[in-house]
Ligand binder design. Structure first.
Ligand SMILES: *[C@@H]1O[C@H](CO)[C@@H](O)[C@H](O)[C@H]1NC(C)=O
Ligand SMILES: *[C@@H]1O[C@H](CO)[C@@H](O)[C@H](O)[C@H]1NC(C)=O
Ligand SMILES: *[C@@H]1O[C@H](CO)[C@@H](O)[C@H](O)[C@H]1NC(C)=O
Ligand SMILES: *[C@@H]1O[C@H](CO)[C@@H](O)[C@H](O)[C@H]1NC(C)=O
Length: 305
């Protein structure tokens, strides 16, 4: 699929898209193509990074609390060493990339429940929306999340989410967008909680927060945020071409547990009451299913379980 660089108003910018349909990439992994993300000498996001969120469209308080809890879990040290794998330990792999750790905290949030730019957005709209949060100086990621009834250029066709950067005055600003795929393309952007469009038809897993769209968004958000931190300006860590790079998590697409193969997530944990599948825990007792992340020390896709 082609990459559409749409932030044309900006002097220097790039957009990295992410698709969830795992089969082509996973076939490459199964064929033992080594996953090696090369470092391209650019800077990464490090230190304290604030994540500002612009909620576009119809998100219920429950939707929002799942995603806010997810982001808060990045920096929340688990209370017991014996608890199951955590979002915190999953994210800690990013500290093994050059330059040390990056700690994410939730910053300002804006609710755009009146669809201020309509229900059909171009990529340039996303950047405009991302800039609506008031922000302090310092490292930040500007996240736009669009609800299930919002069409976004390229959404479902070639992307479940994107990250991008642009120069705004003197600062380099990092953007992330993820759409809720629940009605438009759950088979493309909410696998494994929905039957995939292509490939092996394994039964869908029960989503850990009971919502196919929102739990699918968590997977996409995990993927693009990891890409935004380890390849924020298009010259960090990636494999392949700069125009269609495989990054920290997108290089490991479709792998959630040991023994994964195309169309099978690998062995993950199952909640024996709700039957939901998960592989990490987070704040407020939340459970999430997160994709593997490439570990630069071992050069492997590391699964939480
Ligand atoms: C990174 O910098 C080194 C040393 O300056 C150089 O040899 C190498 O080609 C650079 N790599 C990339 C991908 O730019
Ligand atoms: C990040 O913030 C914490 C407190 O919020 C502070 O102790 C720490 O020094 C900060 N780290 C950096 C790299 O600025
Ligand atoms: C959040 O917005 C307020 C203004 O409404 C601003 O003063 C503050 O610095 C912002 N917070 C962050 C973390 O950027
Ligand atoms: C779920 O499984 C765990 C571990 O096997 C067990 O300790 C717990 O009692 C089970 N819970 C229920 C409600 O069956």
């Amino acid at each position: 699929m082609s990459l559409v660089a749409t932030f044309v108003v900006l002097v220097r910018s790039h957009v990295v898209t992410w698709e969830a349909t795992p089969f082509n990439r996973m076939l490459a992994l199964v064929q033992q193509d080594p996953v090696v993300l090369k470092y391209h000498n650019g800077s990464l996001l490090k230190g304290n990074v604030t994540v500002h969120i612009h909620w576009y469209g119809n998100f219920t308080p429950t939707h929002r609390s799942v995603i806010v809890d997810f982001i808060q879990s990045f920096g929340s040290v688990p209370r017991s060493r014996h608890s199951p794998p955590s979002v915190f330990s999953w994210w800690r792999t990013t500290a093994r990339y050059r330059g040390g750790p990056c700690t994410l905290t939730v910053g300002n949030q804006t609710l755009d429940s009146t669809y201020s730019l309509g229900k059909s957005l171009a990529t340039s709209h996303l950047r405009a929306l991302a800039s609506r949060n008031p922000t302090a100086k310092g490292n930040a990621i500007h996240v736009v999340l669009t609800s299930a009834d919002v069409a976004v250029n390229g959404f479902c066709m070639s992307r479940c989410g994107t990250h991008a950067s642009a120069r705004v005055e003197r600062d380099r600003v990092v953007f992330v967008w993820v759409g809720n795929p629940a009605t438009q393309c759950p088979g493309e952007c909410a696998w494994p909680f929905h039957q995939p469009v292509y490939g092996l038809q394994t039964p869908p897993l029960v989503p850990p927060n009971g919502d196919v769209g929102i739990d699918g968004m968590v997977i996409s958000l995990a993927t693009v945020v990891a890409g935004a931190v380890t390849n924020p300006f298009g010259n960090g860590y990636y494999q392949g071409s700069a125009m269609a790079p495989l990054e920290a998590v997108s290089a490991c697409t479709g792998i959630f547990g040991k023994g994964a193969y195309p169309g099978y997530t690998g062995d993950v944990l199952v909640d024996n009451v709700t039957r939901a599948s998960y592989n990490v825990v987070g704040v407020h007792g939340r459970k999430f299913l997160l994709p593997a992340m490439w570990d630069p020390v071992t050069s492997t896709c590391k699964t939480p379980v």
